[in-house]
Design a protein around this ligand. Structure first.
Ligand SMILES: [Zn+2]
Length: 253
């Protein structure tokens, strides 16, 4: 998209603006991305890049397709884009991002006739933000990430309702089997034997830095690599915890 909207020189100037932190109050809203871009004038320019939103019917079908695959839902909950998302968009007659430059509207208060370096800077920052928080693509196309997750949960609940009914609820069955309180006062606060097993189980596999990704870009993005630093800290803490755990296991066995 970027290469066709801005000429090489404007694109490079925009990149420099973005790298110099001249894009402030960056905001992705349904159908557009907006920021105040500091140019040569004392006051920053209000710059907007708008793209068409998907129609409500297209969103409904897209959510249905996403909900049908557990893997898609798991990816999205971890803050990642599901594989083959472009094909899913195509399946509902939409594109992830408009291929036709004419579908993208650039607005900037600098008054330049064509695509300006301020909108190029904004586009550059958007690409970086999408890298850190891929779910922003949904907001840009008209449905915010959290709203999408909500609708996905609802759709998954509807789709799995039949399967759930076929199995008994393990929590209810356990409660039914529990000894009455007056007969178990002695041991009431003691953990049942099964609890000891929990600490010995290997932790579930999970997407790396899922929480960091879900939190989205830090307000210091572009000026200070906060997310990257936190990711390294988490990795180091995880490794240290795993080491301690392995040592504890060894001394116990
Ligand atoms: Zn401008």
């Amino acid at each position: 998209m970027a290469a066709r909207l801005w000429d090489e020189e404007t694109r490079r100037a925009g990149q420099e603006y973005a790298a110099a932190g001249q894009v402030a109050r960056f905001e992705v809203r349904p159908g557009c991305v907006h920021a105040a871009v500091q140019g040569r004038a004392p006051r920053p320019y209000a710059t907007t890049i708008a793209v068409p939103e998907l129609a409500p019917a297209q969103w409904s079908r897209l959510v249905e397709h996403l909900a049908a695959e557990a893997q898609h839902a798991a990816n999205l909950l971890a803050g990642n884009l599901p594989q083959g998302l472009a094909a899913l968009f195509a399946g509902v007659g939409a594109e992830l991002l408009p291929a036709d430059p004419a579908a993208v509207a650039l607005r900037c208060t600098c008054g330049a006739a064509g695509p300006c370096k301020h909108s190029a800077a904004l586009a550059r920052l958007m690409i970086d933000r999408l890298d850190a928080d891929p779910l922003l693509i949904f907001t840009l196309r008209g449905l915010s990430g959290p709203e999408l997750i909500n609708r996905l949960r609802q759709a998954r609940a509807m789709q799995t309702a039949g399967a759930m009914a076929a199995h008994s609820d393990p929590l209810l069955t356990d409660a039914a089997r529990a000894t009455p309180l007056e007969q178990s006062l002695e041991a009431f606060w003691r953990a049942p034997p099964a609890l000891a097993e929990v600490s010995r189980q290997a932790p579930a596999e999970h997407a790396p830095h899922a929480l960091l990704r879900r939190l989205g870009p830090s307000p210091l993005q572009g000026r200070f690599p906060l997310a990257g630093l936190l990711a390294s800290v988490y990795d180091e803490v995880t490794r240290a915890a795993q080491r301690l755990r392995a040592e504890a296991e060894e001394s116990r066995d």
